[in-house]
Design a protein around this ligand. Structure first.
Ligand code: BGC
Length: 262
């Protein structure tokens, strides 16, 4: 439990990252970007419904005995608190007011944004994009390689939300995330070379589309960057997410304190 006493400055927010297979959570000190308790993960059933996810979020809230604000990353488009897409979760999510849904189980204010946007916010503030997070910082593209491909686009430190570039078509009729997500490497048992080649092709395509000054690669697989780095031949600067798998949690918490409007 994190006591009200330890949150005197109101900087602690419970960060929740809804993923394709699990919901991860931890209280985050939004001033330092640090996680103040061990990460708590609740597995999710395949294609999780709003009810299943809300129940899992409730387990996290109970685990931390949390009554303060909550920031939550959702793996799809969220506008004004309403879910518009559901690529890796149940289609029942579409048009659900996710803020209202989560508010039913918590006393604190709830903020929800796209999971990759959340990860990008954290990397820009505390991680690999820190030195680009300023006026004239240029364009930064964060790419999360996980169950799907998530993206977050920043220009001069400002987020352009809900970019959804994981769905660009790489080959005729095939979306990037259907061939280059980290989950595809595991599912199809691809070598690092084959999968790295696909990621390379994707990054070239993205470079053509948004001319980034920096690309940040995130998602769990970024921990294996050494295994596929050699297959990326972009001349662009590519960095690995500094916050690794916790970026989504930290960024969701940050969004809650900063009143990011989406
Ligand atoms: C969704 C994105 C999400 C990404 C990573 C994609 O399928 O469309 O919104 O950011 O997966 O979870």
């Amino acid at each position: 439990m994190v006591s009200d006493e330890s949150n005197k400055e109101g900087s602690l927010v419970l960060g929740i990252d809804i993923g394709g297979s699990a919901l991860k959570s931890a209280p985050v000190d939004t001033l330092s970007g640090g996680i103040v308790s061990e990460l708590f993960t609740v597995p999710l059933p395949e294609t999780a419904t709003p009810d299943a996810m809300t129940e899992a979020a409730g387990v996290c809230i109970d685990h931390f005995e949390w009554s303060g604000p909550i920031g939550c990353g959702y793996p799809g488009v969220v506008k004004g608190g309403v879910v518009l897409t559901a690529a890796h979760v149940s289609r029942e999510w579409i048009e659900v007011d996710i803020i209202r849904q989560l508010s039913q189980i918590t006393r604190g204010a709830v903020t929800v944004l796209n999971d990759a946007d959340a990860a990008g916010l954290a990397e820009m503030r505390f991680g690999a994009g820190k030195d680009y997070n300023r006026a004239n910082g240029g364009t930064v593209l964060m790419v999360t390689l996980g169950t799907g491909i998530g993206t977050a686009l920043f220009h001069d430190g400002q987020l352009f939300p809900n970019t959804e570039f994981g769905h660009v078509f790489l080959s005729s009729g095939i979306e990037a995330e259907d061939i280059a997500a980290a989950s595809i490497r595991t599912k199809e048992d691809l070598s690092w070379q084959v999968w790295g080649g696909r990621v390379n092709k994707y990054l070239h395509e993205m470079a053509k589309l948004v001319s980034p000054d920096l690309i940040i690669l995130g998602g769990g697989v970024s921990e294996n960057f050494d295994s596929f780095q050699q297959y990326l031949n972009s001349t662009l600067e590519i960095r690995v997410a500094a916050l690794g798998n916790t970026a989504g949690i930290v960024g969701a918490a940050l969004a809650a304190t900063e009143g990011i409007s989406i």
